[in-house]
Design a protein around this ligand. Sequence first.
Ligand SMILES: [Zn+2]
Length: 305
Amino acid sequence: MGYIAGIDIGGTNCRIGIFSLDGNLEKSWRFSSKPFQQPEYISSALSSELNRFEEFKDIVAVGIGVPGLVNSQGIIASSPNYPDWNNLPLRDILTKELKLPVFVDNDANVFAVGEHFCGVAKDVDNFVVFTIGTGIGGGLFLKGSIFHGAKGMAGEIGHIVLHPSGPQCGCGKKGCLEAYSSGTAIKKQFAQLTGLELEPKEIYELAKKGDKAALKTFEKAAYHLGIGIANIVNIIDVSLIVLGGGVSQAFDIMQNQIKKGFKEHTFEVHLNTVEIKLSSLQDNAGLYGGFAIAKQGIEGEKNAL
Ligand SMILES: [Zn+2]
C-alpha cells in the first residue's frame, strides 16, 4: 500500500491531502502556515504535520504548490506571501528532511494540473486558469501540460498591464490586472466608494442584496477581468478559461461584465468558441494537482532509469 501527499501552501493556511496511488483523496486537513514565514521552520513544520498521518511511512512522494516564482529545480525565487523566501531551495530542503521524492511548482500551475486531472478541465488539453484571491495567479496548460517558460516562471497573468498609469499593484508596478480584479483591489475600490473597510466576501453579500456600491465594485473588477481574459485568448487561442480562488465565488454577479470586457477586447472568431467556467474543485484543486505532479514525477523518474 502506498500514498501520495498533495500539499497546497497558501498565504494563511496550508492544506494537506493524502491520496491513494490511484488518486482517491483519503483524508485532508489544514493548519496555519505562519511558521513558514521563517524558512528554517518549513521542513520541520511540514514533517510534523505529515507525521500526523498514521501511515506516514507508506507515503511514496509529495507534490507541493507554493505561492511565488518557482524554477524547474524547485527553487522559489520570491513569494508575495513570504518575503523571506529568497532563492529558497524548497525541493532540496524537503527531499532531505522527508527522505522522499518531492515535486514543487507554483500554486496556480498546480491548481491547473488538478483541474485537468479530475475537474472542469478534464480531457481539455489547452486551457488557462486564473486564481483570483488576495492576488491573481495564472496557470497556462498547453498541449497537455503546464507551460513553464524559459526560467519556469511563465503564467503571471495577474500582471498583464491594462493601464500603465492605473492603480498601484502589489508587485510594485501600476495598472496590472491584479490591481483591478483581485480581492485586494475589490476591498480598496469599495473603501474608496463608501469609506468602509470590508472583506470581499462581505462586499459580495451586500452586492447580492442589491447594494449599489458593492455591485459597482464587483462589476468594475469583472469587466477588467474580462479584458485580461481577452488578452490571453488573443495571444494563445485557448477555448477554455477556468476561474478559481475566493473571488471567483462571486461568478454569478460577475459573469455578465466578464463577458462584456472579453467581447469588447477580443476577435469575433473567439466570441462563441471560448468558454469561461468556474473551477469545480476550488480549494481541493491544489491538493489534486499536488497528487498529480508527484505521481507524474515518480513515474517520469522510473521511466528515466
Ligand atoms: Zn502587478
